[in-house]
Ligand binder design. Structure first.
Ligand SMILES: Cc1ncc(COP(=O)(O)O)c(C=O)c1O
Length: 394
């Protein structure tokens, strides 16, 4: 069907024609419960009336101008995001990789302004920050990196949740200027940073004059039940990156800077053609408004806790289940063996899920997910996991 496409994806044999709420329909008219939301993107679900109206109204006015002009909707969105994060300024781009690319550039320029000609950034093993060359250098996946050497240098990977390794990396390399991490690693298998670890990293960054840069591309915009995952640990980073849920499906990313990171970029030091155009900003503003009106942060916490507990109960004593973990509506079920086949089995059963790190079933449902949807997901997925683990053909 899609033979002219570069084969960067092994696509599942299904195409969707439309959606409503937590449901998607395929070309054969079959209905699927969406527990993936386009990988943490469609927080409002599908065809949310407020979002549809905002996008259509804006498309009828003006879609794109240029960043050489004032863009009032961009100003308005930046204002909202700085209020929500407590940071001071925003650069809009088009994806998570680009947002992290921006963060890396901020860290380098921050170092350079202090006379450091070769700034280094401490990153985490098992991290995922994107597929551009610099973000790939910050991403530890050997598979994603294969064949793309030489990658940019200046990154030091340490173990997640290990403050001593960060201290040591800083002692060994005086040119460190920043630490970059996810508070909840998504692609890395739904692994959460300890709050104590995050607070220690914050303190260390303050003591050493490093920027603390947090990648909230997957965990941000309400996914964990707070606007941003770092809020659970009561810390404030200097740089935050966003994308995915920020625009509910229109391509928008953002890098926010505060404290010592604010003012590092100046006219000419960074730019983009599309980033933050009126259309994507209208979608993003409507997303934030709808999330507030519908109290979706509280919903993500309540339904997320409910879903996690339901899976823990259903899979209790099931041999081969290593852990059910995560926060809000960012959940994973780790099995003791590779389980990629569960994605197509779930698809056949009308459920959209994903498997990451080969053995972690990942669920990132729309933030409008309700208890009844959670019940349907648990009822549909549990027998598939159990029969898979029992080695039975489903
Ligand atoms: C934490 C994190 N950062 C960055 C990215 C890259 O985002 P994008 O695919 O929009 O470039 C992802 C994508 O999965 C991600 O999960």
């Amino acid at each position: 069907m899609s033979s002219a496409l570069m084969s960067t994806y092994s696509r599942l044999p299904v195409a969707f024609t439309h959606g409503e709420g937590v449901w998607l329909w395929d070309t054969e008219g079959r209905r699927y419960l969406d527990a993936l939301a386009g990988i943490a993107v469609s927080g409002l679900g599908h065809a949310h009336p407020k979002l549809v109206k905002a996008i259509s109204d804006q498309a009828g006015r003006v879609i794109h101008t240029s960043n050489v002009y004032q863009v009032p909707l961009q100003e308005k969105l930046a204002e909202r995001l700085t209020q929500l994060t407590g940071l001071q300024e925003v650069f809009f781009c088009n994806s998570g990789s680009e947002a992290n690319e921006g963060a890396i550039k901020i860290a380098r320029r921050y170092g350079w302004k202090k006379g450091n000609a070769h700034p280094h950034i401490i990153t985490m093993n098992n991290a995922w920050h994107g597929r551009t060359l610099a973000t790939l250098a910050a991403t530890s996946s050997p598979k994603a990196r294969e064949g793309f050497a030489p990658l940019p240098t200046g990154f030091i990977a340490v173990d997640y949740n290990d403050i001593d390794q960060i201290v040591k990396a800083g002692d060994d390399e005086p040119r460190v200027t920043a630490v970059l991490l996810e508070v909840l690693q998504g692609e890395g298998g739904i692994r959460e940073a300890d709050f104590d670890f995050l607070q220690k990293v914050r303190k260390l960054c303050d003591e050493r004059g490093w920027l603390l840069m947090i990648d909230e591309v997957q965990s941000g915009i309400g996914r964990t039940g707070q606007w941003f995952g770092f809020q659970w640990a009561n810390i404030r980073p200097d740089v935050v990156t966003l994308a995915k849920g920020l625009g509910s499906g229109v391509p928008i990313g953002a890098v926010l800077a505060g404290g010592p990171a604010a003012g590092v970029m100046t006219p000419g030091s960074h730019g983009t053609t599309f980033g933050g155009n009126p259309l994507v900003c209208a979608a993003s503003l409507a997303t934030i408004e709808a999330m507030e009106e519908e109290d979706l942060l509280a919903n993500a916490t309540r339904v997320g806790d409910y879903l996690k507990a339901a899976f823990q109960r259903a899979l209790d004593n099931t041999e081969g289940v290593v852990a059910v973990r995560g926060r809000g509506l960012m959940l994973g079920i780790e099995l003791d063996r590779p389980c990629g086949v569960l994605v197509s089995r779930a698809l056949e059963a009308g459920l959209l899920i994903n498997v990451t790190r080969e053995n972690v079933v990942r669920m990132l449902p729309p933030l409008i997910f309700k208890e009844a949807d959670a019940d349907a997901l648990v009822a549909g997925l549990t027998p598939l996991i159990q029969s898979f683990l029992a080695g039975a053909k489903s």
